[in-house]
Design a protein around this ligand. Structure first.
Ligand code: KG4
Ligand code: ZN
Length: 357
């Protein structure tokens, strides 16, 4: 194991950089911690979801999120170090999500990380949350090589990015209004599904007929790579109102609406992603973020990329949504690239573009 009193990033016998990084994620409603070892890969990770805490409000309540991170973070760090079979003195650095995200929630993780790094005498490493999502597939056994196109689809973001190398990103397009996950969640609410609605809506859609309702494919016919999902959500709302005029929605109508909605979102995401791959000439498409767990999206992208002779890559389902593993791993990549802090500044930014890293 490492001796932290030595240089934090050391070369191994074969010249590669070694180290063990603790990763802390608190940007939204998941408290997540992991340990990544340069030699052995992911040693341990745990995710504590606050879903139950926010469910009764139908969305994340920022102040409650911050308070719960405070309660859960330190015990989670202890548990993950125990799972990994290491002590704090074995660590090389502490990586933390510095943004973008809810500012109060970010500050909990950032303050804890910087405090621990000071106490343990090792550097802290601020990590960009979206960059970490982009790197999550590289934790899998068949990681994508650079360059690749990434489709980042979560509750807060919908973006197509040309990833040329670690740290070199060009945003090709993004949503002009709602994120895809947000549209899933809002439409699920319209259909009376419990929070968080995305996965519930996807499950209901599997029982419905995707051709039952004619819904728009927003911006699919337009050039460029931007998205817009708020009009689609409104189109579903109008269909719901019309159907409700005849009485409460039947299970069949709800399933058909869910299925038609999912089809429209997936068509749009797949159409733009494949066009981005074609226009950039890339061979690989990486999918990241919570909506990347959607089964229809995965199947369609896989089929579409197979037709172009390229490949699509996903993180395992639990690493599509927020997790500490992607922060620990990206923290290690940043550390290796010289991104460790030299002081005790607590970095936290609610807004932070990928292109400004
Ligand atoms: O990446 P993530 O955990 O959080 C953000 O950083 O936003 O993504 C959560 C989003 C939610 O909107 C959730 O409804 C959506 O991902 N989601 C899904 C599915 N699983 C999660 N949307 C569609 N189909 C799914 N299977
Ligand atoms: Zn996220």
């Amino acid at each position: 194991m490492q001796n932290p009193s030595e240089s934090p990033v050391r070369g191994s016998a074969d010249g590669s950089v070694v180290g063990i990084v603790l990763g802390i994620e608190t940007s939204c409603d998941e408290t997540a911690v992991a340990v990544y070892s340069a030699r052995q890969g992911l040693l341990a990770h745990q995710i504590y979801s606050q879903v139950a805490l926010h469910a009764r409000y139908g969305g994340v309540v920022p102040e409650l999120a911050s308070r719960d991170h405070i309660r859960k973070l330190l015990p989670l760090i202890d548990a993950v170090l125990t799972d990994a079979g290491i002590k704090s003195s074995d660590l090389t650095a502490v990586a933390y999500t510095a943004g973008p995200g809810l500012i109060g929630a970010l500050l909990v993780g950032a303050t804890m990380a910087v405090g621990l790094s000071q106490a343990w005498g090792i550097p802290a490493v601020p990590v960009h949350h979206l960059e970490a999502h982009l790197m999550a597939t590289r934790l899998e056994s068949d990681p994508p090589e650079f360059p690749f196109v990434a489709l980042l689809v979560s509750g807060g973001h919908t973006m197509l990015i040309d990833v040329r190398a670690f740290g070199s990103y060009e945003i090709l397009g993004q949503t002009l209004d709602d994120a895809a996950g947000e549209a899933f969640d809002k439409t699920a609410k319209l259909l009376g599904l419990p929070y968080p609605g995305g996965p519930e809506l996807a499950a209901l859609a599997e029982q419905g007929d995707a051709a039952a309702y004619d819904l728009p494919r927003p911006m699919l016919g337009r050039p460029g790579f931007d998205f817009s999902f708020s009009g689609l959500k409104t189109a579903v709302m109008l269909k719901v109102r019309k159907a409700e005029a005849a009485g409460p929605l039947s299970d069949t109508v709800r399933a058909n609406l869910a299925s038609s909605f999912q089809e429209a979102v997936v068509d749009t995401l797949v159409g733009k992603s494949l066009r981005a791959v074609r226009d950039t000439g890339r061979q690989r498409l990486v999918v990241a973020g919570g909506v990347g767990a959607n089964r229809l999206l995965r199947a369609r992208l896989r089929a579409g990329m197979a037709q172009t002779g390229g490949s699509v890559y996903y993180p395992r389902i639990e690493f599509c949504t927020d997790n500490g593993a992607m922060i620990a791993y990206t923290g290690w990549l940043r550390l290796r690239a010289g991104g460790a802090q030299s002081d005790a500044t607590v970095h936290a930014r609610a807004r932070w573009s990928l292109q400004d890293i």
